[in-house]
Design a protein around this ligand. Structure first.
Ligand code: SAM
Length: 188
């Protein structure tokens, strides 16, 4: 592990471990498309990735990245909030749903994910997972975001049904400041 090992890199390792060619995945916070691009590579030509964001700028950046990587045909880019995730996938159909909370990198720092929509989105995501499916989370907090969303997400994670899901929260315990929190939910 290198000095710069990040929460998204850890999430990508979880994705690599769980996503198979032909799978359906969702990037619930598309941003600049790095998670979408990773998922598109993992699902291969037969797979499909749904990517959601509320900012047109995110869709433009992601489309460009996927075109550069020649994987644009594997993705559907959706301008909608992830609280509506259940409108886009069937229950029990998704192998990985990625959440990277916070604001658009290089974008407006006052537009960021919020507890009011993040927690309902996570709750709706559980039903979409197929057996063995995962939700990956990178929880950024502090500065403009504050702590309310982080606290609500951690609270939600600790309350989900332990007979049906395993929730694991990791910690960069020797990092200074407020390092993002990587977490994963497995459907049994
Ligand atoms: C930290 S960024 C995501 C980074 C991204 N995964 C990447 O690879 O660049 C968080 C994104 O969530 C988006 N967002 C905020 N509220 C949202 C919502 N309700 N539904 C979907 N996306 C939302 C923001 O517009 C922002 O682009």
């Amino acid at each position: 592990m290198t000095e710069n090992f990040s929460a998204p890199q850890l999430a990508h390792r979880w994705m690599e471990h769980n996503v198979r060619p032909g799978d359906l995945c969702v990037d619930a916070t598309m941003g600049r498309g790095r998670d979408t691009a990773r998922l598109c590579r993992l699902v291969g030509e037969e797979g499909r990735v749904l990517a959601m964001d509320i900012q047109p700028e995110a869709l433009e950046s992601t489309r460009k990245l996927l075109e550069e990587e020649n994987t644009a045909g594997r993705a559907r880019l959706i301008l909608d909030g992830h609280q509506n995730i259940a409108s886009y996938a069937e229950p029990g159909s998704v192998s990985c749903i990625a959440y990277n909370f916070g604001w658009l990198p290089g974008g407006d720092h006052d537009i960021f994910t919020r507890a009011e929509t993040s927690v309902p989105a996570l709750e709706a995501s559980l039903a979409l997972l197929k057996p063995g499916g995962i939700i990956t989370l990178c929880v950024y907090y502090g500065r403009n975001n504050g702590y309310r969303e982080k606290d609500a997400i951690l609270d939600w994670l600790s309350g989900i049904d332990p007979d049906r899901y395993t929730a694991i929260v990791a910690s960069f315990c020797n990092r200074r400041g407020e390092p993002p929190i990587p977490a994963i939910v497995y459907r049994v």
